[in-house]
Ligand binder design. Structure first.
Ligand SMILES: CC(C)(COP(=O)(O)OP(=O)(O)OC[C@H]1O[C@@H](n2cnc3c(N)ncnc32)[C@H](O)[C@@H]1OP(=O)(O)O)[C@@H](O)C(=O)NCCC(=O)NCCSC(=O)C[C@H](O)C(=O)O
Ligand code: MG
Length: 280
C-alpha cells in the first residue's frame, strides 16, 4: 500500500519553459517531465538542458518529479540517462519497456533513481509480471496511444485486457500503476467517465496532458465525502460488534468484515495523505 497519493500525473514537455514554470503552482500529485514524445527530434538536446535548469531552480514542492527519457535504442537515450542521473528528480520513466533486460540496461546507467516503466507495447504487456517485480521498479504508466497503435486497436474496450494485466502485475508487486492519458483534453464528460473506469479497475491515478484535466482526475481518484463517511461508519460499527464478541457488523444493509475494515482504514489514510499534501 502506498501512502503517497498518485491521483494525477501531468506530462510537461521538457522543451516548454512556460509550462515548466506553470507546473510549480498546479495541484498535481506527480509531474512527468517529458523528453520523449512531446519533444521534437530537433529540440531534444535543448529540452534536456532546459529541464535540468528548471529542476535545479526548484519550486515543485511535494509533487513527485519523474523524468521520461527517450528509449536507450534511440539517438538520445544514452545522453538522456547521463543527464537524468545528475538532475534533481525523484525517478526516471523508461518508455516502451519490453522486458527486464531493458530495465537492467538502464539500471546500469543510473545506479540510484527508482525506475518507472511505460507499459505500451504488446511484448511489455505480456511481460508485465516480471517487469513489475524488477528490484528497481517503482511504478507503471500505461501508454494507451502507443499500445493502440501497436495493437491496431480502436477504442478503450479493445485494451481492457492489457490494462487489467498491468493492474494485476502492479498490485502483485506492490508498485504504483497509473492509467493512460485522455487525448480529448476539452471533453470533461469523457475524461470523467474514463477516470471512473480506471479507478474502478484499480488504477492509483491517471496521467494527464493538460492542466484543465487536473480537478476532474483528483476528484475521481481521491476518496469522496461519501467514501470517508462510509469508512468511518464501518469502522465504528465493526468496533462495536467486536466489543460484543461478533466478527461481523452490518452497515447500510451490507456485511462488514475485517477485510472491509482494511479497505476502510486505507480510505481514511489516503484522505489524510491528500490533506497533508494539499497543505504543504
Ligand atoms: C495539448 C497542448 C499542446 C495544448 O497546449 P496549449 O494550446 O498551449 O494549451 P492552452 O493554451 O490551453 O494552455 C493553457 C495554459 O496551460 C499551460 N499548459 C498547457 N499544457 C500544459 C502542460 N502539459 N503542463 C503545464 N502547463 C501546461 C500553457 O502553457 C498555458 O499557460 P499560460 O500561457 O501560462 O496560461 C499542451 O497541453 C501540451 O503540450 N500537453 C502535453 C502533451 C504531452 O506531453 N504529450 C506527451 C505525453 S502523452 C504520451 O506520450 C502518452 C503515452 O506515451 C502514450 O503512448 O499514450
Ligand atoms: Mg507512448
Amino acid at each position: 500500500m502506498h501512502t503517497r497519493p498518485f491521483r494525477s500525473a501531468l506530462y510537461i514537455p521538457g522543451s516548454k519553459p512556460r509550462a515548466l514554470d506553470k507546473a510549480r503552482g498546479l495541484p498535481v500529485d506527480a509531474i512527468l517531465f517529458d523528453l520523449e514524445d512531446a519533444v521534437s527530434p530537433d529540440a531534444k538536446a535543448e529540452a534536456r538542458s532546459t529541464l535540468a535548469d528548471a529542476l535545479a531552480q526548484g519550486g515543485y514542492g511535494p509533487r513527485l518529479k519523474i523524468v521520461r527519457m527517450n528509449g536507450l535504442d534511440t539517438d538520445w537515450g544514452a545522453d538522456d540517462a547521463a543527464a537524468i542521473a545528475a538532475m534533481d528528480c525523484d525517478a526516471v520513466l523508461l518508455p516502451k519497456v519490453n522486458s527486464v533486460a531493458d530495465l537492467d540496461a538502464l539500471a546500469a546507467l543510473i545506479p540510484d533513481l527508482p525506475i518507472w516503466a511505460m507499459m505500451e507495447t504488446p511484448q511489455g504487456i505480456l511481460n508485465a509480471a516480471s517487469i513489475a517485480a524488477h528490484p528497481r521498479m517503482a511504478g507503471f504508466v500505461l501508454g494507451t496511444n502507443d499500445l493502440a497503435k501497436d495493437l491496431h486497436a480502436r477504442g478503450r474496450a479493445a485494451m481492457v485486457t492489457s490494462l487489467q494485466l498491468c493492474v494485476l502485475a502492479a498490485k502483485a508487486a506492490g508498485i504504483v500503476v497509473l492509467d493512460g492519458v485522455y487525448n480529448a483534453f476539452k471533453d470533461d464528460d469523457g475524461l470523467r467517465a474514463e477516470c471512473a473506469q480506471g479507478r474502478d479497475m484499480g488504477f492509483d491515478g491517471k496521467t494527464l496532458i493538460h492542466p484543465a484535466q487536473i480537478a476532474i482526475t483528483n476528484a475521481a481518484f481521491g476518496p469522496s465525502a461519501e467514501d470517508i463517511d462510509l469508512a468511518r461508519r464501518q469502522i465504528a460499527a465493526f468496533d462495536a460488534a467486536a466489543a460484543e464478541g461478533q466478527g461481523v457488523a452490518v452497515v447500510d444493509g451490507r456485511i462488514v468484515e475485517n477485510l472491509h475494515i482494511v479497505t476502510a482504514r486505507a480510505t481514511l489514510a489516503k484522505a489524510d495523505a491528500i490533506a497533508a499534501l494539499e497543505t504543504t
